[in-house]
Every structure is written in structure tokens, then in C-alpha cells.
Design a protein around this ligand. Structure first.
Ligand SMILES: *[C@@H]1O[C@H](CO)[C@@H](O)[C@H](O)[C@H]1NC(C)=O
Ligand SMILES: *[C@@H]1O[C@H](CO)[C@@H](O)[C@H](O)[C@H]1NC(C)=O
Ligand SMILES: *[C@@H]1O[C@H](CO)[C@@H](O)[C@H](O)[C@H]1NC(C)=O
Length: 473
């Protein structure tokens, strides 16, 4: 196996067996094969921390449509041919700067017109009473460092061409003028205010979906940028403002669909000054099915190998008029894993979900853009449901820590259809991880061979995902 890519931030996850401290799923069915795990104030299924198995043995974690959820088993490598944590260790958190559509109201941090000095800039109640306390709890509970990044949906209305936080507009004026300087300073104020609460951000994206106008409802809060306008804002305003500030926060460009790659990267990173200010590119998954990974992600990586690609948003149930939330839907879990496997194999360093939790309707969302989420909360009953998507994420995040590197994997299959999807990574502790997804309705027997250890004959059951973990000596 040869190292072919660097996964610097990896997803976030954790798992498992019902030994010491671990507790099994409390299942609830919403139709045949549509199962969620129910959690309440006193009970939630949990996993033990990953412990590397003895040399010559491996551990396997399996989830399946048939009802398994990160179930642990172990086995030994054959010599000749013939993985008290209670969490999935997901460690990337994206936080909207002021409102997104998934807020209960439209607002910015400075709705006082023409306040170019931002003297009326204030965090909202949502930040102080909800987001910050929740972040403090997450930071305290996490075994691994969390990487937080923030994204603006909209500037104050008085900076926008349409004069409103709601709806689509562009930033008034042009790069280098008072609107753009004020907007850059707004980022710094945001970071300053959060720092006062001991919350620091690893990165900011320049704009959530700068080209969102195509897909989103008319009231959707956004400011549009072209690639050239984003480049000029970074070069003349945001880059210098961050560099002058005490914050070591990175800049992520694009934060929109991969259909805009590699064009967006060429326009922004093709400018040497912009390339110095920018750390990487954020990608959303919504139009992935119409743009091959090779000519978007891989092509961009080849042009700009020094800038990371990070998936910054994904969710199921978008643009559907019925099933925004589909409780227990295994196929939505498959869709997550299929995306993660595909993009990790095309030079992407991490994958971020959209909402950590939503209500039964798939909101709240003040433009009624309801979608699904790995965790669905029924506040009337004081319970929440962990959906198959949650466990699919866990099959990656728990086992592939930051600093892991993807390694080459040679696969061959004897049948006409190669039904297994996979990725192999080498962890910083030297252990190997193989994730195998079977989206088909029949079992797939297969073998794993690691020349350093031996081989395993095993089966990927119909509609299942497995994570294998072993060490090479
Ligand atoms: C919480 O869930 C557990 C396991 O399903 C159950 O035994 C317990 O009665 C529930 N507690 C409440 C307050 O509903
Ligand atoms: C921030 O951290 C410092 C040092 O650990 C502590 O003294 C202070 O109370 C914290 N402030 C907040 C708002 O959590
Ligand atoms: C980068 O873009 C800025 C405009 O924002 C321009 O003034 C500058 O000349 C460009 N630099 C390079 C090296 O292309």
C-alpha cells in the first residue's frame, strides 16, 4: 500500500460493543426496515473508546438495514491465502454567523443602518444563550480537539443591494470600499466576541453558497459573489483584516457546489495574493450526482495541491415536498457513506453534515426549507431519534482521526458488478482502517489482504456498512 493523500481533518466519529459501559440501541420502527435508536433523558446507546486489537487480530464494527448499529466483533488474520466514549467522535462543527435559514427569525449582528464602525455589533441571544453554552458542553465532552468553522449567510441588510437580511442581494459597492471593509471587520468582531467566551474558530468560509440563488427559496438569506468578486474581497479586505487581527483563523473559499470547480479555484487561487490568504475550498454535496468527482475535486487538487478540499455541508431530504424527515431510512445513511467514500477517494480531507439535530418537521427553518438530520428531536416527549445517517457517519468519524492518510487499495472482483465501495486509511497510531459499504440487497463475500499481516475472509451483508481496524505489527 502506498500513501496517496493526506486527510488532515477527518470526520469525526466513535463506536461500539456492549462491553464495559457500552449500551445497545433502543430500537423503534417506523415501518419495515425503517429503524431509529431512541434516546431520552436517562438512556442513550453508547460506545466504548476504540481500543486497538492485539497484533494478528482485527475488530469489525457493523451496521445494517437489518438492524445492527455499530456492533463490534473480532477475529484473527489467517496466515496463508484461502474498532468510555459514548460518541462517534465527529469533530467538525460549522456555525452560522448570525442567522441562516435554519433560524427562527432573520437577523444580523448589527441591524443599525450605516454603522460602518460596527459600534452596535452585538451577538444575538441565540449565540449567548444557546450556541455558546452548547459549544462549551461539546468542547468539554470531546476527547479530541474540535475544529470549529463559521460561515455567514447574510450581512446586515444595509450593506446589501436589496436592503434586507432576507433574500438575495450582493454586497453594495466594490472590494476595498467602506462596505467591503466593514463586512471584513464584521468577521473580526464575530471572532473577537466568541473569543471573549473562550470559543475560537479554526476557519471561516467567506460566504455560504455565494451562488445559492439557483436552488433556494426567494426569501433565503444570502449575498451573492462571483469567483472574481470573492477573490477581490479576500485580497483587498478579508485577508488583510484577518492577518492584522490576533486570530489565527483560516479562510475557506467557495463553500458551494462542486459544479463550480475547478473554475472557482482557478479564478481565486490563480491570484498569488489570494492563494496566500486562503487555506482551502469548501464544497457542498447537493449537485454531486451531475458532476463527476474526477473532473471537479480531483482536477482541482491537481491544480492546487497545497489547498485542502473539505466537504462543508450535506443533508438529505432537500427539495422534497414530502419526506423532508424520513425516520429510520437506511438509504439516506447509504447516501452519506457513498458520498464520504467517493470524496475521500478524490482528495477531500473531511466531510461536514448540515444540522446536528432538527425537529420532527425538519426545522425550525423560517423559509420552510425543511430537511432531514442524523438526530431528530421530539421535544414533546423529551426524546431524540438517532437515525441510520448517524451511524453511517460514525463508521468514519470514530475510526479515522485527524492526521490519518488515505492509502492505496487494490481491489478486484470476479462478478460483473463490483458492489462494494471502500476506503483504506493509515491512522497516526499506525493502525489501518478499512470501511466497506454494500448498498446492494444481497450479501457479498470478500477477502481483505494486508501483505504485512495476512488475510481475512469475510462477508459484507446486504445493505450494510463495516469498519475494520487492525495494526500491522
Ligand atoms: C428511557 O428509555 C429507557 C430505555 O428505553 C426506558 O427504560 C426508560 O423507561 C425511559 N425513561 C423515560 C423517562 O421515558
Ligand atoms: C475563559 O477561560 C479562562 C481561563 O481558562 C477563564 O478564567 C474564564 O472564566 C473563561 N471565560 C468564559 C466566559 O468561559
Ligand atoms: C490579485 O488580485 C488583485 C485584485 O483583487 C489585483 O490587484 C492583483 O494584481 C492580483 N495579483 C495577481 C498576482 O494576480
Amino acid at each position: 500500500m502506498g500513501a496517496v493523500g493526506i486527510l488532515s481533518w477527518l470526520l469525526l466519529l466513535q463506536t461500539v460493543p456492549w462491553a464495559a459501559g457500552a449500551r445497545p440501541c433502543s430500537p423503534k420502527y417506523f415501518g419495515r426496515d425503517a429503524m431509529v435508536c431512541v434516546c431520552n433523558a436517562t438512556y442513550c446507546d453508547t460506545l466504548d473508546p476504540v481500543v486497538l486489537p492485539a497484533p494478528g487480530t482485527y475488530v469489525k464494527y457493523e451496521s445494517s438495514k437489518a438492524g445492527k448499529r455499530l456492533e463490534r466483533s473480532q477475529g484473527s488474520f489467517q496466515r496463508s491465502l484461502r474498532a468510555p466514549g459514548t460518541r462517534i467522535e465527529y469533530n467538525l462543527i460549522r456555525l452560522p454567523m448570525a442567522c441562516s435559514d435554519f433560524s427562527v427569525r432573520p437577523y444580523s449582528y448589527d441591524d443599525v443602518p450605516h454603522d460602518y464602525e460596527l459600534t452596535h455589533f452585538r451577538l444575538a441571544e441565540e449565540d449567548v444563550k444557546m450556541k455558546i453554552p452548547l459549544l462549551h458542553r461539546a468542547l468539554a465532552m470531546s476527547r479530541r480537539p474540535l475544529s470549529l468553522f463559521a460561515s455567514p449567510w447574510t450581512s446586515p441588510g444595509w450593506m446589501k443591494s436589496n436592503g434586507d437580511v432576507r433574500g438575495k442581494g450582493t454586497l453594495k459597492g466594490q472590494a476595498g470600499d467602506k462596505y467591503h471593509k466593514t463586512w471584513a471587520n464584521y468577521f473580526i468582531k464575530f471572532l473577537d466576541e466568541y473569543a471573549k467566551h473562550n470559543v475560537t474558530f479554526w476557519a471561516v468560509t467567506v460566504q455560504n453558497e455565494p451562488l445559492a440563488a439557483l436552488l433556494t427559496p426567494p426569501q433565503f438569506p444570502t449575498i451573492a459573489f462571483t469567483a472574481a468578486k470573492q477573490r477581490d474581497f479576500v485580497v483587498q479586505d478579508l485577508g488583510p483584516a484577518l492577518a492584522r487581527s490576533p486570530h489565527r483563523t483560516r479562510i475557506i473559499i467557495l463553500d458551494d457546489q462542486r459544479i463550480h470547480l475547478p473554475h472557482w479555484a482557478k479564478v481565486v487561487l490563480g491570484n498569488a495574493t489570494a492563494a496566500r490568504y486562503v487555506a482551502g475550498m469548501g464544497v457542498h454535496w447537493y449537485l454531486d450526482s451531475i458532476v463527476p468527482a474526477r473532473c471537479s475535486l480531483e482536477a482541482t487538487h491537481k491544480l492546487f495541491p497545497g489547498h485542502f478540499l473539505l466537504y462543508t455541508e450535506a443533508c438529505s431530504g432537500f427539495l422534497t415536498f414530502r419526506f423532508s424527515v424520513s425516520l429510520g431510512c437506511w438509504e439516506r445513511g447509504n447516501h452519506y457513506s457513498h458520498s464520504i467514500l467517493q470524496v475521500l477517494n478524490h482528495f477531500v480531507a473531511g466531510w461536514t453534515d448540515w444540522n446536528l439535530a432538527l425537529d420532527l418537521e425538519g426545522g425550525p427553518n423560517w423559509v420552510k426549507n425543511y430537511v432531514d438530520s442524523p438526530v431528530i428531536v421530539d421535544s414533546s416527549k423529551d426524546i431524540f431519534y438517532k437515525q441510520p445517517m448517524f451511524y453511517h457517519l460514525g463508521h468514519f468519524s470514530k475510526f479515522i482521526p485527524e492526521g490519518s492518510r488515505r492509502v492505496g487499495l487494490h481491489s478486484s472482483c470476479r462478478r460483473l458488478i463490483c458492489q462494494l465501495e471502500h476506503v483504506a486509511v493509515l491512522r497516526p497510531d499506525g493502525a489501518l482502517v478499512l470501511v466497506v459499504l454494500n448498498r446492494f440487497g444481497w450479501d457479498a463475500p470478500f477477502a481483505i489482504q494486508d501483505p504485512a499481516v495476512g488475510f481475512i475472509e469475510t462477508v459484507a451483508p446486504a445493505n450494510s456498512i463495516q469498519t475494520y481496524l487492525w495494526r500491522q505489527q
